[in-house]
Design a protein around this ligand. Structure first.
Ligand code: BGC
Ligand code: ZN
Length: 376
């Protein structure tokens, strides 16, 4: 079968469309999935552009891709799934350390050893290929009517994990978040903004995309506020965000840092309202350093009960909530989730991919969407 593989390159990773053996059913709990499409995100960009890959043990190449939408082609007798079911899959697999209580309890997204595997990212082949074999434990059924946006379930699961964590943490009082700030307007930032809108919040998005960009238009069309970020000097706070927040005259109950630009993670802390929470979700590959007004930030956190969390990956429950949420978003803002998938690629186009030309999100089709329904 065809697969997109990567190996270490001189600067960028070498990306190839290769022929690899088709996987087979090896256990009654497994399924073989026909891949319909796979989304690409910032992590894939980092793996390809920054040559950042952790290959499976003993190998010097790996199939990439971790945002799967597929259809069960063969189902093991004990898989609980059937041929024709639309599915996606969790990304992370538990570590083997007996003392890792989280991995031992199906919460590998909270793995304590760092020895977990992530399909397409760390130590395990991913999903950018024609067929994938997987234990049903890690496979999540997607309702057939969600097929047009099913490829967004994995990125939405990242948003759901954060929302769930915020709910748990904020039980420390009565919490009724009314305003949210999202920094970054890539797929994750847009999904966070859409989610907050469906939860009834006022949403402000701060990002580098120009005012006339599709990202900015999408935010405005859902009733959100968009403001383009200025340029900032290295080591300094991003220019303009603090001033923008002061103009608005409101603190934010919840802040989603989705840009991966680390200085923003610090600049936003004073912008939280009393008892607010900041979630950091971006990927920062660099080694940046920053001058921060440490006393002021420390005081802000203490005197106003502020909370800052980092969050990565997601659980099976978060995938289930993600499906529900995407349905709600689709009802409330019809067509928006389709619009977000701006660049559809064939597998042949992936080796030469230029991420700077992807408007919002790239999706690689292994089966043309017109044919999907015939496989159900
Ligand atoms: C994926 C997560 C993964 C993280 C770090 C993200 O792009 O969505 O599932 O844990 O990368 O590897
Ligand atoms: Zn673990």
């Amino acid at each position: 079968m065809k697969a997109i593989t990567i190996s270490s390159g001189k600067e960028r990773a070498n990306v190839a469309l290769a022929d690899v053996p088709k996987p087979v059913l090896t256990s009654a709990e497994d399924v073989v999935i026909r891949v319909l499409c796979v989304g690409l995100d910032g992590t894939d960009r980092e793996i390809i552009v920054d040559n950042f890959a952790r290959f499976p043990e003993g190998k010097s190449d790996m199939i990439i891709g971790h945002e799967l939408l597929g259809i069960v082609a063969e189902a093991g007798a004990e898989s609980g799934l059937s041929r024709g079911d639309a599915v996606t899959a969790l990304v992370r697999r538990p570590c083997g350390d007996e003392s890792c209580v989280n991995c031992r309890s199906g919460q590998q997204d909270f793995c304590r050893t760092g020895l977990y595997l992530e399909r397409g990212i760390q130590g395990a082949d991913g999903f950018l290929c024609e067929y994938v074999a997987e234990n049903a434990k890690y496979v999540v059924k997607v309702p057939a009517e969600c097929l047009p946006y099913g490829v967004l379930v994995e990125p939405q699961s990242i948003v759901e994990k954060v929302w769930n964590e915020a709910q748990i943490i904020q039980q420390r009082m009565l919490w009724q978040p009314r305003t949210a700030l999202v920094t970054g307007s890539g797929p994750l930032g847009l999904l966070a903004a859409l989610t907050c809108r469906t939860l009834g919040m006022d949403v402000y998005v701060w990002s580098k995309s120009p005012e006339g960009s599709l990202n900015a238009d999408m935010i405005r069309s859902i009733g959100g506020h968009y403001r383009q970020a200025g340029e900032s000097a290295p080591g300094e706070f991003a220019s303009g965000l603090t001033e923008y927040a002061q103009q608005l005259g409101t603190g934010f109950d919840m802040i989603w840092e989705c840009s991966g630009y680390a200085p923003l993670g610090f600049e936003v802390i004073p912008l939280l309202a009393h008892n607010g929470i900041v979630a950091l979700l971006g990927v920062t590959p660099g080694q940046g350093r920053l001058n921060v007004p440490s006393d002021m930030i420390y005081r802000e956190m203490v005197a106003k009960n502020k909370c800052i969390i980092g969050s990565v990956n997601a659980s099976r429950q978060d995938f289930a909530t993600a499906i529900q949420r995407l349905c709600t978003i689709e009802q409330q803002y019809p067509g928006m989730l389709g619009k977000l998938q701006t660049n559809r690629l064939t597998p042949r186009q992936v080796p030469e991919i230029d991420f700077s030309r992807i408007s919002i999100k790239a999706v690689v089709d292994f089966v043309s969407p017109a044919e999907w329904a015939s496989l159900l």
